[in-house]
Ligand binder design. Structure first.
Ligand code: 8YV
Length: 314
């Protein structure tokens, strides 16, 4: 009999395939159904993605729970405090996706300022026959402001050097070892930069961090790029700022209500939208699936997991 693991949500087929070798994957299902499941008393592991919700009641439905293994660097949907209270470990998949997410951030900066999706449509729809496309905005040399300076933020800053972009950042604390300019708060950062790029964790501490005030500070020549979590942005304020021309444009890979971005954003020409594909390459998602399943395998082998979340590190 293979041990049963519980899927908190639909998970990547790559994760499914890695797990299926050694485990039976149960779920996803509502907690009420899980409570009625005959095997729930023996389930020790919950698996999920970076968007999975793993609340206290789901954990409490599994009295033998010892591990939550997330295939994602973000785990803001996991009640980590409750997991720890239950004596369960939480793991995620940091590092392996740094390049992809940083590449996408730069791509969104380029696509948003140079209006490349609009240029593609301009050609396809025959507008070029009637004249040249309107001029866009030069990216190279713009002042980049990073909200978050963790591993992925540093990868974005490194790429920005190739575009001669001065880099400032805000984070929980300054990182003096880095050659970038630290700014104590996000509103002051927005006021100083041309492109504000979000790469901070989701969750309560960053919820709606980007609000009307911050967007006003970013200004009518400013661009917002979000490769973090949709929850970091007050989307109603963003729509209002875009409609009023208070900012020039936005490049968004994440949204408060995925997969249903606000209709108003879908209708805007000055917005570039991608469907949460920050880590969405074959190579990176395979590496994430491998790492997440390694954590499960190490748990069952009674060995130390590879990548506990910071809150669970000894
Ligand atoms: C994916 C992500 O959406 O890593 C994260 O936190 O948001 C993305 O990599 C997803 O988590 C992959 O399972």
């Amino acid at each position: 009999m293979k041990p049963i693991v519980f899927a908190a949500s639909n998970i990547s087929p790559l994760y499914q395939r890695a797990l299926a070798q050694h485990y039976e994957v149960l779920g996803p299902m509502p907690v009420a159904d899980l409570m009625a499941h005959p095997a729930r008393g023996s389930i020790e592991v919950i698996v999920g993605s970076g968007e999975s919700k793993v609340p206290a009641d789901m954990m409490d439905a599994l009295p033998a729970l010892r591990l939550v293994s997330v295939m994602g660097v973000g785990y803001d949907g996991v009640n980590v405090a409750h997991a720890k209270q239950r004596g369960a470990m939480v793991t995620h998949t940091p590092q392996v996706l740094n390049d992809d997410v940083a590449d996408l951030a730069i791509a969104l900066m380029l696509n948003t300022t140079r209006r490349l999706p609009q240029a593609d449509r301009f050609v396809r729809e025959g507008h070029w026959l009637k004249g040249a496309m309107p001029l866009a905005k030069k990216l190279s040399g713009l002042h980049l402001g990073l909200v978050g300076m963790g591993r992925i933020g540093q990868a974005i800053a490194h790429r920005a050097q190739a575009f001669n972009m001065p880099v400032s950042y805000t984070a929980r604390s300054a990182k003096p070892e880095l050659a970038y300019n630290f700014v104590a708060d996000v509103k002051s950062l927005a006021a100083q930069v041309d492109v504000l790029c979000l790469i901070t964790p989701g969750g309560a501490s960053t919820h709606h961090m980007i609000n009307a005030e911050v967007l006003q500070a970013l200004g009518p020549e400013g661009y917002l790029v979000n490769v973090a979590r949709g929850s970091v942005v007050d989307e109603q304020a963003l729509v209002a700022a875009l409609q009023a021309g208070q900012i020039a444009g936005a490049g968004l890979d994440v949204f408060e209500d995925e997969p249903r971005p606000l209709e108003a954003l879908l209708a805007m020409d000055q917005v570039v939208l991608t469907p949460h594909v920050g880590s969405g390459t074959h190579q990176t998602r395979q590496a994430m699936a491998d790492l997440a399943s390694d954590n499960v395998n190490l748990y069952f082998a009674k060995s130390d997991v590879k990548t506990p979340v910071p809150e669970c590190q000894m």
